[in-house]
Design a protein around this ligand. Structure first.
Ligand SMILES: [Zn+2]
Ligand SMILES: [Zn+2]
Length: 254
């Protein structure tokens, strides 16, 4: 199972991204330059080579190792029907940790130096999902995944289900006109996450949530999209990597 997951995880993610790109092509929100996704797909090779594309698997391994070492203050090692509430607790908690990590990425200059690469896409689409600076996956393993292992005693079923749920991140990056209207708080959406990627100052540091916007609401970082509100994306400076080589040195470029 282990070896299959190592290969299958990134391949399934790639397949979902390609499917999403095909859907976008039929129903685009904005007309993007031909090959707008080509750069991100090429960068995916660097991302995969660094091991960052295995982040869902890294999360599973990290939590399992910490559990095996005696970690796990809260027992979520459930089976049968109890698996459902245990999974809900784990998914909400992990998404909260992701929310906190994301706030840190925007607050701490050294973290923003890396995370700004994700925000530098002026043509946001499904391929933007994996446009993250490669080193960030390792930092997550040593912070929030480690903490998850200390906090929760889980099992492979819960960890695997959370890994599959991670495929959802492709949807909010899609170049399509889609939002949940008055139910915006339930799940992240292309419209809600587009506000986070907005190049306009009024939207900066809003809508940090990964899966569940309820965390933005709880901490007052939400911007409820207005009807038809789909701002342009990218950095306000217009800065973007000019080549794949630029992506390697992105955090130290000024
Ligand atoms: Zn961000
Ligand atoms: Zn994003």
């Amino acid at each position: 199972m282990g070896y299959a997951a190592v290969l299958l995880g990134p391949l399934i993610l790639l397949a979902v991204i390609l499917l999403a790109l095909a859907i976008e092509r039929r129903h685009p929100l904005e007309q993007q330059p031909a090959g707008a996704s080509r750069f991100n797909l090429a960068y995916m090779i660097i991302y995969a080579a660094s091991g960052a594309m295995l982040a869902p698997l890294t999360a599973i391994v990290t939590v399992r190792l910490v559990n095996a070492a005696g970690g796990g203050l809260i027992d979520l090692d459930a089976s049968g029907w109890m698996l459902v509430p245990a999974f809900v607790v784990y998914a909400l908690s992990m998404d909260f940790l992701e929310y906190v990590f994301h706030r840190v990425q925007h607050r701490v200059p050294a973290m923003w130096a890396m995370h700004s690469f994700h925000h530098s896409d002026a043509a946001m689409n499904a391929s933007t999902t994996t446009r993250h600076y490669w080193a960030e996956a390792g930092i997550k393993a040593l912070s929030i995944y480690l903490l998850a292992g200390i906090l929760f005693k889980t099992n492979l079923a819960i960890l695997g289900m959370y890994g599959v749920l991670g495929l959802y991140h492709v949807f909010p990056h899609m170049n399509v006109r889609a939002g949940f209207g008055p139910c915006w708080m339930l799940f992240n959406s292309p419209q809600y996450h587009r506000i986070h990627h907005s190049a306009q100052a009024e939207h900066f540091d809003r809508n940090f949530a990964g899966l569940f916007p309820v965390f933005d609401w709880l901490f007052g970082t939400h911007h409820i999209p207005r009807a038809g509100e789909y701002p342009p994306t990218g950095l306000d400076t217009g800065k973007a990597p000019a080549s794949l080589l630029d992506t390697l040195t992105w955090p130290v470029r000024k």
